[in-house]
Ligand binder design. Structure first.
Ligand code: ADP
Ligand code: NI
Length: 230
């Protein structure tokens, strides 16, 4: 769809300007919300959007660049902080209201909120950006990000005494302080089934398989199953 009366050159300029803004804001962030995560989600979103004819390019790219701009996890649980920050930035660039609203919607809807909480996306651009964000939470990079996040929060790698939970409310998911390995069972292993676009589902196959391989090897080493027999 075309939500915009801008020329392609004007749209490119808004995107480039927004990328600079987000890069400056996030460079050096160590919690898993670094600029490189956003850059990957942006590039992945572009590749996925090319396979979804109904996805508007400007909305998709702005949504990808701004999706973590003020994450509730780092703003005392304020879920409107992200949409508010995106609106403030985009209205300063004279971006039209319809585009701003679609970007706000992506940010509002994108987050995982617990295994038992459905998080449907109401726009094709949102489906693309959520898929891109979720592809970055699985595979080798997903593993690295999970442990970076857990380390940032001071959590143990693993504790076999703590069972994974299927959070069926956002409140319960937000309060979670489980060891990092639980996050694989509470979220990461389920992302593959929650993707929207066929292109993302194809990419996810190999990344998901890597999660399975990683977990198998992690638990093997944890139990000492690879040690010489006594
Ligand atoms: P996304 O950017 O995919 O929306 P989040 O904002 O929820 O993901 O989290 C950022 C990164 O930190 C992701 O890779 C996610 O899997 C990881 N993460 C989030 N919560 C936890 C947790 N409780 N333990 C380990 N990793 C986590
Ligand atoms: Ni993200």
């Amino acid at each position: 769809m075309s939500t915009t009366v801008l020329s392609a050159a004007q749209a490119e300029q808004i995107i480039a300007h927004t990328a600079d803004f987000v890069r400056d804001k996030f460079l050096g962030e160590g919690s898993g919300h670094d600029w490189e995560h956003i850059r990957r989600v942006w590039h992945t979103s572009r590749a996925l959007a090319a396979t979804v004819p109904t996805a508007d390019q400007l909305v998709t790219e702005l949504g990808a660049l701004l999706h973590d701009v003020a994450d509730w996890k780092f703003h005392d649980g304020d879920e409107e902080a992200g949409p508010r920050a995106a609106r403030a930035w985009l209205s300063g660039l004279q971006v039209e209201e319809a585009v701003i609203q679609r970007v706000e919607t992506i940010i509002r809807e994108i987050s995982f909120k617990g295994l038992g909480v459905p998080t449907p996306m109401s726009t094709p651009e949102g489906e693309v950006v959520q898929d891109a964000d979720r592809l970055d939470a699985i595979g080798a990079i997903g593993v690295a990000r999970a442990f970076a996040y857990g380390g940032h929060k001071g959590r143990p790698l693993h504790d076999p005494a703590v069972a994974p939970i299927s959070h069926d409310s956002f409140e319960s998911y937000k309060k979670n302080t489980a060891p990092t390995l639980n996050h694989f069972y509470e979220k990461l292993l389920h992302l593959r089934e929650r993707l929207h676009t066929p292109a993302a589902r194809r990419v996810a196959q190999e990344r998901h398989q890597f999660l399975e391989t990683f977990l198998q090897q992690f638990l093997r080493e944890w139990e000492g199953q690879d040690l010489p027999a006594a």
